[in-house]
Design a protein around this ligand. Structure first.
Ligand code: IMP
Ligand code: MG
Length: 177
């Protein structure tokens, strides 16, 4: 356990402002509809909770648990669905809500899986776009903030289960985590 807290990259106010912007964009795009927001656990739970409370249209929510990282900070390249959707998405307007896209491997597998189930539409909302190590080309329809290759924590995002409770987004220096 380290003594120091990780350094702040985006303050609580900056995160709030980005979430409010995304909530507004999504609400405007889906007005008159009732999209199904699919959060990827655990990392998206704080983001999704704030997002739906800032949106001004009705939504439904479901969660999945995917596993691509073991302990540590590198994607293993292997994606498992540990807990799947509890309902059919056929004919639904689906918005996947993810904390971070890094290599893109996790989300591209999951999006392929959802696409095969005939949703009316499928979009992706991501809080942190980590651009430096992208391996799969991913279209992010609703994007919060960008980082390069910092390992970030806070606002639901962890490093070995630590720091999810932080209200802001910080970075952990490599070698310290
Ligand atoms: P990808 O498959 O490489 O895109 O990895 C995506 C998943 O890895 C995300 O859903 C996160 O849960 C996790 N992840 C990637 N980068 C970070 C990070 O900087 N901090 C915490 N988790 C991360
Ligand atoms: Mg994740």
């Amino acid at each position: 356990m380290q003594n120091e807290q990780p350094e702040i990259l985006f303050t609580t106010e900056e995160v709030e402002r980005e979430v409010a912007r995304l909530a507004r964009e999504i609400s405007d795009d889906y007005r008159g509809r009732r999209p199904l927001l699919v959060g990827i656990l655990k990392g998206s739970f704080v983001f999704l909770a704030d997002l739906i409370r800032t949106m001004d249209i009705p939504v439904e929510v479901d969660f999945v648990i995917l596993s691509s990282y073991g302990p540590g900070t590198e994607s293993s390249g292997e994606v498992r669905v540990v807990h799947g959707l509890e309902q059919s998405i056929e004919g639904r307007d689906v918005i996947v809500v993810e904390d971070i896209v890094d290599s893109g491997i996790t989300i591209s597998h999951f999006l392929d899986d959802l696409r095969a189930r005939d949703p009316a539409s499928l979009k992706l909302c991501v809080l942190v776009d980590k651009t430096a190590r992208r391996e799969k080309e991913i279209r992010i329809d609703y994007k919060g903030v960008e980082v390069s290759d910092e390992f970030v924590v806070g606002y639901g995002i962890d490093c070995n289960e630590q720091y999810r409770y932080l209200p802001d987004i910080r970075f952990v220096k490599t070698g310290e985590e």
